[in-house]
Design a binder for this molecule. Structure first.
Ligand code: UDP
Length: 311
């Protein structure tokens, strides 16, 4: 039975990834320090093939036994988290990636880094292809995440080149679905929570900035395909279906049947104006393509938020 480690297992993506691996016959160790993760996300993963270890991967990782695959997903991942825990965000992307790569080298395990579209910053090339180097402000509030992930990519490539570790880098674009943290401040949880409670729906700026939203099941399928491939270069995984944030707010208000008003609030510093993945590489080399549209992914996401809010 192959054995995998998932760091950040108690988070939104990590918990779905653990489930996916268990369903495919892996034995899974889930690791998290629970700064932003929640063990409630792992409650359904019962059975002897799953073990949870509470550990902060910015410290040396001690794990007994063989390991085939390491998925490094530990990191705060929303703009309000970067403001709340900026130093931990920098540490997990740098020291946490270093420790996870060290473990991969020691165990001769394959390593996948969860990178991000944020490495493109506020992009000057649109849509974003993997060979675009980005436009990042290192000293702005988002710099702690963007630069940590850029460092993590560089460190991952160094371990590949120097130590011959088999590495993969996935650049994840905005993803949504059940188990997003209610209070993480991102557009989807914020809009659903506000609409379901009948509160004002807060669109930052004039809402003309765009994002492209991928459903969680498509993302996890892309992660697995990339890990199973032999691609060392970074690969974008996301849904190219792009819309403005105002359109997203309108969709969610309509879907929930809410009477909430949509109001405008100041745009956060360095908020990217556009974002859309160019997925030519994932299509051609992984045979991957998103299958769930935004309109198909929103209803199950609504169900989740309804339940979590006790409605
Ligand atoms: N946003 C918004 N209202 C909110 C939360 C977010 O208008 O209550 C905007 C945010 O400014 C950004 C977009 O929605 O332009 C997506 O934000 P999110 O935090 O979800 O992700 P990211 O900026 O990391 O793509």
């Amino acid at each position: 039975m192959p054995r995998a480690l998932v760091t950040g297992a108690a988070g939104f993506i990590g918990s779905h990834l653990c489930q996916y691996l268990l369903d495919r016959g892996f034995s899974v160790v889930g690791m998290d320090n629970l700064i932003t993760g929640d063990t409630a996300n792992l409650q359904h993963l019962t059975g002897s093939d799953f073990v949870f270890v509470r550990h902060d991967v910015t410290n040396y990782i001690n794990l007994e036994g063989p390991l085939d695959w390491i998925f490094h997903f530990a990191s705060p991942a929303s703009p309000i988290d970067y403001l709340r825990v900026p130093i931990q965000t920098l540490k997990v992307g740098s020291l946490g990636t270093h420790n996870s790569l060290g473990l991969a080298k020691a165990k001769r395990a394959r390593f996948l880094l969860a990178s991000t579209s944020e490495i493109y910053g506020d992009p000057l090339v649109h849509p974003q292809r993997e060979d675009y180097w980005g436009n990042v402000n290192p000293v702005g509030p988002r710099g702690v995440y963007d630069e940590a992930k850029r460092f993590a990519e560089a460190m991952t490539m160094a371990y590949h080149r120097v130590h011959g570790v088999e590495t993969r880098i996935i650049r994840i674009f905005n993803t949504f679905g059940p188990r997003m943290r209610l209070e993480d401040g991102r557009a989807i949880p914020a809009f659903f929570t506000q609409a379901l409670r009948g509160e004002d729906v807060t669109v930052f700026g004039d809402g003309s900035q765009t994002r492209s939203l991928c459903y969680i099941s498509d993302l996890v399928d892309g992660i697995f395909r990339l890990m199973s491939s032999d691609l060392t270069d970074p690969v974008n995984v996301g849904n190219p279906q792009e819309l403005t944030i105002r359109q997203l707010a309108e969709k969610i208000v309509a879907l929930t049947g809410s009477r909430s008003r949509i109001v405008n609030r100041p745009l956060p510093v360095d908020d990217p104006k556009v974002r859309q993945p160019d997925i030519t590489r994932a299509r051609a080399l992984l045979g991957w393509e998103p299958r769930v549209s935004l309109d198909e992914g929103l209803p199950p996401t609504l169900e989740y938020f309804r339940k979590r809010l006790g409605l």
